[in-house]
Design a protein around this ligand. Sequence first.
Ligand SMILES: O=C(O)[C@H](O)CO
Length: 347
Amino acid sequence: MWCSRAAVRQVALGLRGTQRAMATLPRVYVSRKVPPQGLDILRKSGQVQIELWDSDDPVPRQELLKKVKGCDGLLCVLTEKIDAELLDAAGPNLKVVSTMSVGFDHLSLDELKKREIRVGYTPEVLTDAVAELTVALLLATSRRLIEATHEAKTGGWGTWRTLWLCGYELANSTVGIFGLGRIGVAIAERLKPFKVKKFIYTDVAPRPELAEAIQAEFVSMDELARQSDFLAVCCALTPTTQGICNKNLFAKMKNTSIFINTSRGGVVNQEDLYAALSSGQIAGAGLDVTTPEPLPTNHPLFTLKNCVILPHIASASYTTRNAMSALAANNLLAGLRGDPMPKELQL
Ligand SMILES: O=C(O)[C@H](O)CO
């Protein structure tokens, strides 16, 4: 096709203009290949220049420190520590950190607050997926499903035996929730049809508006340990909850009780848990989270038949992970525009 010189010049000028406009857009670093919904939102917004760590594996720390330099926004996941070192490396342009997670124990909130950096996170969109997985883990642990499939596959299935692979049932049980929030309520709602007799919970203070929906009774931590047939940990990891599930708690639990953790590994003292499980002080544990992650394959907890360990998959459904990435992207864009974020953490 023939074009006049004038037309070519016009196109070139237009392109240069677009490049100049692009160069003035806020720069954001996305520290992981997040699910497509979130990336599409960022790309189609025309509001930001994106640099992406295009991998399923975490960005190496040194690379992250280099890449955040001068950025206006950062979209991260829970494996990145957002601390003073990182914020110093980013420098004064950084206005928004958006994490694709409901948990925020990887963020130094004091440092973010000091620098007036706004923080987005992703509550609510993962409640259903996490509650569903918690119920699955509870049943897998209490009814010994992993042991049972192993036996079936490896020749342990001799004949039908009266007490072989017996576990504990939810009917007529007391379920305790440690840390009652949206996820705890959603777990209880799903467990109710299993004919649970009673829900109890503990938290820093009673939460009547949430407890009412599931008719849960507020009790002390000691009572929670003593009464629960199933104890589900749903609290955030904070300096107060760090290591709170320890030998004192396990010693008060019944030897028929099942302990479930889908919050953060840091709330559990794993040595104490190992001792409680191996001595029969409690009947079983189902963990979706551990310290560290991944838990080394030679960790003693992996040797126990009464401990079911999952690799932090509570929110891992396609729908939920896409919704989390979309919310993280929208939080980031809103924060950069100076608008209210859909879900902002109050610092
Ligand atoms: O904090 C979170 O979002 C979960 O642990 C991972 O989905």
